[in-house]
Design a protein. Sequence first.
Length: 381
Amino acid sequence: MKQLGVIMKFNFWEKGKLFYLNGIGVKTSVGIRYGQVNVSSSNKSIEAPLKSLIESHLNGSMTVASLENVLVSLSDAQVKREVGLSGRPGRKVNIDDIDLPASIGSHFEEKRRHHHPLFSHAEALDPSTIKFRSRDTADNIQIIVDHREPNGLVSALRESCIPSDNIIVGSQDVDVRIVSMDSLDELIIERKTVADLNQSVQSNHAHDQSERYYDYMLEKAEAGVHVRVLWIIEGDPVTGTLPNQALNGLPQLDGWNNYMMMINDQFFHYTYCTRHTAYSIIKMAQGFFERTLAQRVSVGKTARIKAQRRETRDSGATRSGMNLKSQLMFLDGMTTNVADELSKLNKSFREILAMSTQELLEIKGIGAKRADRLFDAFNMK
């Protein structure tokens, strides 16, 4: 009888005929191409041994169905050992690297899921409870999830108030892209497990990603589009890995945070499971696209802090010499067309901020509601 322990976790991308392995700690895909096993991984050193392992089980049957049968017959622990991702000299043995009978494995899994109370709390989060201030905002958001992301992430996102038809799985160069179909503003999510981040930092892949994101933010800012990049580091309730256990201790973690946030104008957030990640994505989308809290905030027994809109000055453009239109696009209520019209007035940024509501109403594309909203943004202290 097969020893179960931790079974192979994977999902299948129909269009590309690829299987994405979700349980070995590094982003890896396998498929059959031109009658050969094809392996692609963020850790290049495992590609050859993983290919040999799979070929030894296929016995010459190079079909997608045969490959799926092989993956079902393997466990994550077995694959990690065979390709050199576990059992290295001097390392402590992880329970996930041992194949156990099903009854024992389920017992240990239940124990591991309660290493930290935040894991249980995270798994109980409900994305459907997140409210937007305006129904129109939620209806006009499109979320594109890369096909390599786990199915559980997509399922949890579809529990939210974002219309299911607006949540799309596709092939793209980012993990999750959230776009306003009205303003074209973007919230980009880079989701990494602790193992992913460690590997990416060591290989400099994460640094390259961050620099590309920074350049992209500048490019979009010049075009009047607001882009923000949020890196989500995800813990694992099964192994008990906390999200802040990434990298080699606090000095390196703080150094990485400094590089990302203070230099490249990108943000970090820690989550404790995939469901928590989905919950956080919807929560952050509400704040990013509405620039206001969805509900009144209470402090103590008295509602002292009103949800209020914030003028946004980020997206990397704060480090560059921006043109007038780019500066205007960071103001709440601004659209590309209105920014174009204001830029034609031969006024400075300071002079535009001093415009009255009546003066704003004379601008093409500004109605009474937008004039009031822009006036409030211009005069926020």
